[in-house]
Design a protein around this ligand. Structure first.
Ligand SMILES: *Cc1c(COP(=O)(O)O)cnc(C)c1O
Length: 415
């Protein structure tokens, strides 16, 4: 297969999904539904008074980010790549999500809160129609301290889950892969989280975390590779995108297609977002996943149909990338199966380009993002031949950045 040869030689590629189908043909055969997403959205509404109480910076208790239009960056990309991007270029600012500073504030926080709600209700400490502020009472915090949350992470998921779990009162253990940045581990330890470090990659951190958690009946393992709850937390964001675009006066329909470019690691974040967008816009939105040339796990899983039965190491790649949030060698099969017919395509990007985009966005639009968040920015260049209509709306999903310390920012910008 030519594609595999290209991946092996670390060539940047775009793969258009030959199994793509109309959303109506596919939606009833999926293990997730609109009802699931609405249920998650309602749960997050119930938690809003609690979030507002314990994180006063989240003014309305709803963890959400804005959408910006970036015309200067669009021009910069057109000039750098000697190309034309038809239509408008937007960026979804999940880098600025409160509490965790990345897209993981969606899935991670949602799953921890759902778990806390379940425990409190089962033990007669909470009712659905209570004001959830009571979860911040000393009595409840003490109750939650009998339970443990564990998770395996390349950094940001640990940051999100560690922070919210410690706030709720849970004991929390984050199993970090070798890619995880020092400052993320330090920040977590400062927040009372136990961080266990592994010299190996993400899959190993997950495996060890899962095994330890399984031995403790009071421990809940947040399974990035298989979690429907995480997926739902991400999908809720897409319900809100529709309203945000409407408020910006941006219409999405057959004549105004939305193309969305999502950085992909194990797949949960981009998968949940893409699924939610499909629920909102059906065939009028087309989603693409973006991965580093050294870690094209989802592309490999989808293109071969082997999902988690194949890893990037199996084709001789090293899974070493500066995009720490995307350093995943084996994709989620749960997400891969959902995306099989919904995803329009996947593409890869060299690490070096991540830094070029990082600098350009900072200079042109005064927006700082972490390297992983730039994987999608090559999307509009790759799809230039496909979207020739000036009504096209391109949206790059910026997945993280606001918590990056000053010292690392300077280092990233000087590369
Ligand atoms: C985790 C992460 C992603 C990808 O999410 P997955 O669920 O792992 O696919 C993208 N960007 C950043 C910054 C992340 O932390």
């Amino acid at each position: 297969m030519q594609l595999i040869e290209d991946l092996k030689s670390l060539k940047e590629v775009i793969w258009y999904n030959p199994n793509y189908r109309c959303f109506d043909e596919v939606k009833d055969d999926l293990p997730v539904s609109l009802e699931d997403v609405l249920d998650a959205e309602a749960r997050l509404k119930r938690f809003a008074p609690y979030i507002k109480k314990v994180f006063p910076e989240v003014v309305d208790g709803i963890i959400e980010s804005k959408i910006d239009e970036i015309p200067k960056m669009k021009k910069n990309i057109e000039e750098s790549y000697n190309t034309h991007i038809s239509g408008r270029l937007l960026v979804k600012r999940d880098d600025s999500l409160p509490i965790a500073g990345s897209i993981k504030a969606r899935g991670g926080i949602y799953e921890v809160l759902k778990h806390a709600e379940g425990l409190a209700i089962a033990n007669g400490l909470l009712k659905l129609d209570d004001n959830y502020e009571i979860l911040a009472d000393e009595k409840l915090i003490k109750f939650f301290s009998n339970y443990t949350i564990q998770v395996g992470s390349t950094g940001n998921l640990g940051l999100s889950i560690g922070t919210i779990s410690a706030k709720v009162g849970f004991k929390v253990i984050v199993h970090m892969s070798s890619d995880a940045k020092r400052w993320k581990k330090d920040m977590l330890r400062g927040r009372g989280v136990t961080v266990v470090e592994y010299p190996e990659d993400y899959s190993k951190a997950v495996e060890e975390g899962r095994a330890l958690s399984d031995k403790d009946p009071n421990s809940h393992f947040i399974d990035d590779e298989n979690s429907k709850d995480l997926f739902m937390g991400y999908a809720v964001g897409s319900m809100r995108v529709k309203k945000q675009l409407e408020d910006m006066g941006i219409l999405v329909d057959e004549k105004h297609k939305l193309a969305v470019y999502l950085p992909c690691g194990v797949g949960g974040g981009p998968g949940g977002v893409a699924y939610g967008l499909k629920l909102m816009y059906g065939d009028n939105v087309e989603c693409y996943f973006a991965e580093p040339t050294h870690s094209p796990a989802m592309l490999l899983g989808l293109a071969t149909g082997k999902h988690d039965k194949i890893s990037v190491e199996d084709i001789g790649l090293d899974n070493k990338t500066e995009a720490d949030g995307l350093a995943v060698g084996r994709p989620s099969s749960f997400v891969g199966h959902i995306m099989e017919k919904l995803l329009s395509g996947c593409f890869t990007i060299e690490d070096e380009k991540l830094y070029k985009f990082l600098k350009a966005l900072y200079v042109e639009e005064n927006i700082f993002l972490e390297p992983s968040a730039f994987a999608g920015f090559l999307g509009p260049v790759f799809t230039g031949d496909k979207y020739k209509d000036e009504n096209t709306i391109h949206m790059c999903w910026a997945t993280g950045g606001s918590l990056v310390p000053e010292e690392s920012r300077r280092e990233f910008l000087s590369r």
